[in-house]
Design a protein around this ligand. Structure first.
Ligand SMILES: Nc1ncnc2c1ncn2[C@@H]1O[C@H](COP(=O)(O)OP(=O)(O)O)[C@@H](O)[C@H]1O
Ligand SMILES: [Mg+2]
Length: 222
């Protein structure tokens, strides 16, 4: 993995579901630290594209590169191991484990890697304004607070790339804007690149990025 390579590159991606053609020769490139949005109405293929970029789905044609490594050529086990280091994921639903505290949830990527660092977990919780809630379970938190824990968890292992799929889709506009600001602030702090998929054009007005149109990406005017 050379550091000069783009953090993420997709070349000539072709993909569809039976009877649902979605992408035909789609290209995308993200440099280290870049923050970009992926716009498109519901059903346009945002989630599918993020899954292709995350190596969860495999393209029928073309290739996905993580820092220059063609992941499409790797086996599932290699991709999973690489993903744990390389990728932070945020979804519309927080997917916190209910039996763990907020802090323990943030530390999960550390447990998986075998060396959790509670100091880093607390610092991340502080960064999303939840230091005082470290020992609370998700059930004791509001929807916006849970999503802030999920954001902190996604950044815990300092991934070079964060993919967020409608990360504020379950929140009201005020809390959506707050979570989005925290997410962008944290990726800027850590130097991660970020791709956020959303159908909410107002939330990301003025951001650079792309719109999915007819199976390809069209650049947004920044
Ligand atoms: N597992 C699947 N099998 C068949 N069709 C699917 C599957 N997942 C998504 N689709 C279809 O692919 C299209 C894009 O879906 P999706 O990627 O979820 O779009 P978005 O995230 O933009 O709403 C939709 O028409 C959807 O119904
Ligand atoms: Mg979706």
């Amino acid at each position: 993995m050379g550091s000069a390579a783009p953090v993420l590159e997709a070349q000539g991606i072709r993909f569809g579901y039976p009877g649902v053609p979605l992408f035909e020769r789609l290209d995308l490139r993200l440099e280290p630290g870049e923050v970009r949005v992926l716009l498109g109405p519901s059903g346009s293929g945002k989630t599918t594209l993020l899954h292709l970029l995350a190596g969860i789905l495999r393209p029928e044609g073309g290739a996905v590169y993580w820092q220059g490594t063609a992941i499409s050529a790797l086996g599932e086990e290699r991709i999973t191991r690489l993903r744990r280091r390389f990728l932070g994921l945020v979804f519309q639903h927080h997917y916190l484990l209910p039996e763990l505290t907020a802090l323990e949830n943030v530390l999960l990527p550390g447990w998986i890697a075998g060396r959790p660092d509670p100091g880093r977990g607390r610092a991340l919780l502080a960064a999303v304004g939840l230091e005082a809630r470290a020992d609370h379970p998700p059930a004791a938190l509001s929807g916006g607070e849970r999503q802030r824990v999920a954001v902190a968890r996604a950044l815990y292992h300092r991934p070079p790339l964060v993919l967020a799929d409608e990360p504020t889709g379950a929140l009201d506009p005020v809390h959506a804007a707050q979570v989005m600001d925290l997410l962008v602030g944290l990726v800027r702090d850590t130097g991660a690149a970020l791709l956020v998929a959303t159908h909410d054009e107002r939330l990301v007005a003025g951001w650079p990025g792309w719109r999915i149109e007819a199976g390809r990406l069209v650049s947004l005017e920044a």
